[in-house]
Structure formats: structure tokens, C-alpha cells
Write a new protein. Sequence first.
Length: 207
Amino acid sequence: MTSPYRRIEREIAAADAGTVRGRWEYGRRLLCDPSATTPAGELRPGKMAELTEAAHRAGVRLAEEEILCRLAAALAYPQESQIRRARAAYGTWEALAAAEFPEFEADPGEQDYDPRTAAERAQQAERQLALGDPDQLTLFKLFPADEFSEFSTLADLRKYAEENADRAARHASAAQRRLAYVGTLIEAAGGDESKTWAEAQRALDAT
């Protein structure tokens, strides 16, 4: 779901170049989206490309480093009061990023900021219920996430699985041949595994 990110990006572009709030909100949205980030706060495979493309469609050039900075700010300041203090102390996004998002004390009575609307939260909850935990999805465990998604066709999945099985079979066959060959060399060397391959091969050739 990239439209909210494009909206925020347009707002950032229309505002002062040093704006802090919009960039932080972008990062918080990523952290609140389990399809975008892992529980550890890292972008999921393929998400970086999706975000940069979404910004491009909005007419904005968005660097990967900038996205990572926004994510770092969101991780450092989960509360609105924290980002307000950070903005007051440093003024611009560039200054705050250059300071590497120093710590500001959290308010024990304040909840972490979630920029999603109630409708968005409900929609994402329904999607997660249908798909399961992204970290537990069989699809993401067995197929590369940068090539496949929940929208991949079964034909594409079958083709990849068959090709992968063929490669695995060839690798398994080669592994068995290697193992058998090494066993033959060890036997020719009288079980002395300190012998070199050349010594063992000469002994094998002699037989």
C-alpha cells in the first residue's frame, strides 16, 4: 500500500526542505505496517524499491539513504513528544540526521505514535488475518520475496518450484558422486587421510 507514502512525500516536497515532522511520520508509518517492516524495524525484501518507485510516481526523487534515515528517526522517537523536542533542539531534518538522532526521554504515559487512520488499521488487520504473520508465511519462507508475493500466480510458483527441484536434484547427484570419489581415494590411501589428493590418486591409478 504505497499511496499514503506518496501523499506524505508530496507534503514534504511542498513544505520546507528541512521539515522534520513529515519525514518522521513517513518512518512511523513504515514501522506500523507489518508488510513493510519486520518486528525488528528492518525493511522487508523488495520494500525499498517499492518505496523509491512510489516516490518517483509522485514526481519526487527519494534516495535509499533518506528512507533509512526516516526509519532511524521513527525508531529513535516513537512518541510525538520526542520528535517535538528533537525538532525544537535541532531545527531542521538535516541537522537532526547529522546528529544521528540523539536520544530524547520518552513520556511514560504517552503511547507510541501510529499515523494510520482507523480504517487503514482495520484494513491492514484484515489483510494480516488473511495472510498470517509475514514472518511465518510459507510463501515467504520457500520463495524469494523479491520475486514473488501473495499475488503471484500458481503457474509462476509451480514453474519456480520445478526448476528449483531440478537444480537441487542435480546438486544432490553431484554431491553423491563427490562423496563416493573421496571415499574411493581414502580407501586407496589405506585410510590415511593425511595423504594428499595426488598421493591417493596415484595409489588409486596403480590399482
